[in-house]
Design a protein around this ligand. Structure first.
Ligand SMILES: Cc1cn([C@H]2C[C@H](O)[C@@H](COP(=O)(O)OP(=O)(O)O[C@H]3O[C@H](C)C(=O)[C@H](O)[C@H]3O)O2)c(=O)[nH]c1=O
Length: 193
């Protein structure tokens, strides 16, 4: 039986794709954006503490690559509500076999799929249509003092963005490219405390 909210593994361990079952009728569409039990069944113990949304009018815009350091690392469910985009995760877990590797896939309001970004990852996307509405279900409170990022055009990561960049925030463009001093996101310090 197709579940209302099915969770699939991605090539970067700990990250997942969600496929949302769509209930359509003459009035339109309904879908479940998150389901704690389905997440638990897939080993994802995260509940939304904050829900955010962004609207990006211009095709080619990049938002990202963002993350938060301990103790504010977060699990983020990234949902495309309308428009289309190329969504990207970067593994910043120093002990991971896929450290500094990235994974990306197309999301759209019509694909009815979302990505689950686990702690230790940077997240961002490039719009591939105009008027992209995104919704984020974050497991942790926003912590600006613990927020950081990776420059989306960092050659050490080499994300294959599908379009030329049209818009980038000052904050995102000011990140220095990573070098040998970069240590990723430490996840061990606060476990169990
Ligand atoms: C995330 C966040 C931001 N803000 C404030 C901070 C800025 O003044 C303003 C815009 O934030 P930012 O420039 O970080 O927005 P985006 O560039 O769209 O970043 C978002 O999109 C990328 C792809 C992500 O993965 C992040 O989760 C999310 O930060 O909202 C808040 O007040 N609370 C919050 O929880």
């Amino acid at each position: 039986m197709q579940q209302d909210f099915s969770v699939e593994t991605l090539p970067l361990k700990g990250a997942f794709r969600v496929r949302h079952k769509v209930f359509s009728d003459h009035r339109g569409m309904f879908k479940r954006l998150s389901c704690h039990q389905s997440l638990l069944d897939s080993g994802v113990d995260a509940q939304p503490r904050q829900v955010n949304a962004s609207l990006t009018p211009k095709k080619g815009t990049i938002r990202g690559m963002h993350f938060q350091h301990e103790p504010a690392t977060e699990t983020k469910i990234v949902c495309a509500m309308s428009g289309s985009l190329f969504d990207v995760l970067i593994d910043l877990r120093p002990d991971s076999d896929t450290y500094l590797q990235w994974y990306g896939e197309q999301l759209s309001g019509e694909s009815h799929s979302s990505l689950i970004v686990p702690p230790g990852f940077a997240h961002g996307f490039q719009t591939t249509s105009d008027n992209v509405l995104m919704m984020y279900l974050n497991s942790t409170d926003y912590a600006p003092d613990l927020e950081s990022g990776i420059h989306p055009l960092d050659p050490s990561i080499a994300v294959a963005w599908p379009l030329p960049v049209t818009e980038l925030s000052a904050k995102d463009s000011e990140h220095s490219f990573i070098d040998s001093t970069f240590n990723g996101i430490s996840l061990g310090t606060f476990e169990g405390t």
